[in-house]
Design a protein around this ligand. Structure first.
Ligand code: NDP
Ligand code: 8X3
Length: 258
C-alpha cells in the first residue's frame, strides 16, 4: 500500500466537483495539496474547508490549463518545496452544449478540445519530466463513460474523453521501464457543476439530467482515485470504469419515472 503522508498531490480543476472531492480525500490521508483552477476565490473556499478539517499544507494556484505559457510558468515558478509533485490528478475539464454536430457551436468545440485535450497535455508535459527524473510518480487522468460510448449531441465532448483514454494509454507505454504509473478513471454521470457548465448556466436544464436516477457523487469518484493511487508501487491500475447503479453506459440509464 502507498501512503500519502507528506506526498505532494497536484489536482487541476480543484475548485468544484470531482477535483474538490479528490482534494478532501487526499487531505484526509495527510497529503500536501497543490490545487489549481481559474476561479481562485472558489479555490480559497475549498482551501479554507480543508484547513478547518485539519489538512496539511495547501497551495492554491490560479491556473487556466488552456494557457500553455501560464501552465509552464506557473509550474516553473513554484517554490522549491512544491516542485516535487508525486501525484498528478488531471481533472480540469468541461462540456459545452449538447447540439447535433452539424448545428454545433464552434466556440463550444474549441473550449472542450482546448481544456480536455490540450490542457491535459500541457499540464502532463510540464509535470511528468520531474517525475521521471525523481524516479517516482503517478498520473491519474479523469476520463468518462463518454470516452467509451458516444451519445447524440455529445460527439465532440465524447471525442475529447476518447482522446484522454488514448493519451493515458500512450503515456503508459512511453513510461514503461520507469516506476511512473498512469491511470484513467472513467466515471459515468455524477452530479457536480458539470451540467450547469454544459448548458451555460441553465440550472433547470442541468437538474433534468439527473431526474429520476441516482448519479454518482464526486466522493465516489475520489474514492476510486485514492484506491488506484494507494496500490503497491508495482501495481498499475490502467483503467477504472465506474457508474451509478442506474447507469449501464452513456446511452442506457434507468430512470424511476420512465
Ligand atoms: P465541475 O464543473 O464541477 O468541475 C470542473 C472543474 O474543472 C472546476 O474546478 C473548473 O474550475 C475546472 N476547469 C474547467 N476549465 C478549466 C481550465 N481551463 N483551467 C483550469 N481549470 C478548469 O465538473 P466535474 O467535477 O464533474 O468535472 C471534473 C472532470 O470530470 C471533468 O474532466 C469532466 O469531464 C469529468 N467527468 C465528469 C462527470 C460528471 O458527470 N460530472 C463524469 C465523468 C467525467 P474553474 O472553473 O474554477 O477553472
Ligand atoms: C460526463 C458524463 O455522460 O454526462 O463525462 O457525458 S456524461
Amino acid at each position: 500500500m502507498q501512503t500519502f503522508q507528506g506526498k505532494t498531490v497536484f489536482i487541476t480543476g480543484a475548485s468544484s466537483g470531482i477535483g474538490a472531492a479528490c482534494a478532501h480525500r487526499f487531505a484526509d490521508e495527510g497529503a500536501r495539496l497543490l490545487l489549481a483552477a481559474r476561479r481562485v476565490e472558489r479555490l480559497h473556499d475549498v482551501q479554507a474547508q480543508l484547513q478547518a478539517g485539519g489538512a496539511a499544507e495547501i497551495v492554491a494556484l490560479a491556473l487556466d490549463v488552456c494557457n500553455r505559457r501560464q501552465v509552464e510558468s506557473a509550474l516553473a515558478a513554484l517554490p522549491a518545496a512544491w516542485q516535487d509533485i508525486d501525484i498528478l490528478v488531471n481533472n480540469a475539464g468541461l462540456s459545452r452544449g449538447l447540439d447535433k454536430l452539424h448545428e454545433g457551436k464552434i466556440d463550444d468545440w474549441e473550449e472542450m478540445i482546448d481544456t480536455n485535450v490540450k490542457g491535459l497535455l500541457y499540464v502532463t508535459r510540464a509535470v511528468v519530466p520531474g517525475m521521471v527524473q525523481r524516479g517516482r510518480g503517478h498520473i491519474l487522468n479523469i476520463g468518462s463513460t463518454a470516452g467509451r460510448v458516444t451519445y447524440p449531441g455529445g460527439a465532440v465532448y465524447c471525442a475529447t474523453k476518447a482522446a484522454e483514454n488514448r493519451i493515458s494509454e500512450g503515456l503508459r507505454m512511453d513510461l514503461l521501464g520507469t516506476p511512473i504509473r498512469v491511470t484513467s478513471i472513467d466515471p459515468g454521470m455524477a452530479e457536480t457543476e458539470f451540467s450547469r457548465v454544459r448548458f451555460h448556466g441553465d440550472e433547470e436544464r442541468a437538474a433534468q439530467v439527473y431526474q429520476g436516477m441516482t448519479p454518482l457523487t464526486p466522493a465516489d469518484i475520489a474514492d476510486a482515485v485514492l484506491w488506484a493511487a494507494s496500490r503497491p508501487a508495482h501495481v498499475n491500475i490502467a483503467e477504472i470504469l465506474l457508474t451509478s447503479i442506474d447507469q449501464a453506459n452513456s446511452l442506457l440509464l434507468h430512470r424511476k419515472n420512465s
